[in-house]
Structure formats: structure tokens, C-alpha cells
Design a protein around this ligand. Sequence first.
Ligand SMILES: O=C(O)CCC(=O)C(=O)O
Ligand SMILES: [Fe+2]
Length: 286
Amino acid sequence: MTFALNDVVDLDRYPIDQPDGDAYAAVVAHARSGLRADGCAVIKDLVRPEGLPKLAAEIADRKPTTHFSTQVINPYFHVSVNDDYPDRHPVNTFLERSSGFIPGDSWGDDTLNRFLFEHPAVCRFLADCLEIPELHPYADPLAGLTSNILDPGQQFTWHFDTNEFAVTVLVEEADEGGLFEYVPNVRTVDDEGFDAIQAVLEGGRDGVHTLDLRPGDLQIFRGRYSLHQVSRVPEHSRPRHAAIFAYTEQPGVIGRVERTMQLFGRVLPEHIAAEEERVRADALID
Ligand SMILES: O=C(O)CCC(=O)C(=O)O
Ligand SMILES: [Fe+2]
């Protein structure tokens, strides 16, 4: 099966394959202003309506391969108490993350989701939005292309990402809940912002933005500095499905064993090899 970019991206409205054009410059300027202001940009209806059912069907077909793991985590994905900090502190505040991920190795090369994720024009466009020279699909075989699944009753609680940025296409929305919420730049490189974070973890709404994301919208998000969550999908709602595209500025990056186990419940030989490579690079005697 071969695809054309226009099958999935609304190139009439967003000609992301024509980087020299005025329309391209306009959408990049829109994304940059959002990213500069609060680390978040939304391109409404980037996916054309005809492409959406195909993305949705691919996710539904692979849903049985979702790795669900209910964990009680702090915003840094840790699960155990740290006695160096007080009880009432973000490091020692643990909330439920009960969503799951469809892993990267569930998607064949012939899927529209992968086609969109890896398309060179999409990578070029995203790099321009993010004001970086280039970006590459994250080479991690499990964490590169995923789908985040929130079934009824589930939530993805407040956290920071380890990646500098993430790209999401909402594919199926919940009838209620399942909202992406974030606190822009609640921490910076030199300020952890613990007090503001703790207030949000305790239910405070100061500084919380709720995104109006609809199926077909593309979101670019800098999740390392902005605390964020996907709110709980109630039991009576349909599930929420999002395609998540991870990229890196350098080619060939592979995730760490520990985080991979946490998110996917397993690792592949590539992860082990990359870990050994790291050890070798750091230690002088081989
Ligand atoms: O599903 C989403 O919209 C984003 C989920 C998220 O924050 C993550 O995967 O780190
Ligand atoms: Fe996240």
C-alpha cells in the first residue's frame, strides 16, 4: 500500500510540502508563536477528514497490543518515596497513571500512521515550527511511534516528559473528560517550581490551560518544562485515542532500559545493546 501526503494531510489548507510558499510561512509563524508563548501549538484539522477514519482504524486494529500499566507516579515518573524531601512535596506526591501505549513495533511500514510520522515533509515542517535545524523520527523501536490509549475510567496524571517536545494527533476523543491540560513553563532550567507544581497536584487550577483539541488536530508540545495531564475519561464515555510521534534532534537515538520497561513492560535487543554501548562509552576499561 502506498500513500500520498495529501491522503492524510490537508495540503490545500496547509501546504506543508511547499516550504518556500507564503501559506507555509503563515502556518509556521502560527506554530512558533504558540510554542514561544507557552510551549504549545495546535494546527487545527491538519489531518483531512477523509484520512481520520484510516488512522482510527489502524489504532483500533492494534489496540489489543496496548501495554496498560496502572502506576502511582510523581510528576517525574518515580514511584517511590524520597526521604530527602518532605511528604507534602511534588517528589513525594503520587497520582494514578492508568493509560496504555500501543508500542512502535505494532505498526508495520505500510501504515498511514507511520507514513505520517516519518514523512520527510512532516519532519521538515515540525523542525521549522520548533526552530531547530532538523529532526528525526525517534529511532526507538517501541517509543518512536505510539498511540496513547485512555479507556473509560483511566487518566494520565500530571507529569513532565523526558523528551524536549512531543507531537500528537488526537484521533478519537472521549465524550467527556480526556482533556489535555497543562501549566506552561511551571519549571525552568534553573527553577524547579515546586510550590506551583504542588498546588496543581493538590487540585489547584491556577495557571492550568485546557486545550480545545479535536480529532484531526496536530499538537506540538514542549513537555519538559510544562506540567501536563490527560484528565480522567469517565466510565460512561467512549475511549480517547491519540497518535503520538516522538522525534529527536540527532538521528539514531534509543531509549533507556528502565523507562522502556516502565512504559512498555519489555525491552528489545536494541535497548540492551544501546545500554551496553553507553556503559562502554563512559568506562575507560573495556
Ligand atoms: O495523549 C496525549 O495527548 C499526551 C500524553 C502524554 O502526555 C505523554 O504521552 O507523555
Ligand atoms: Fe506527557
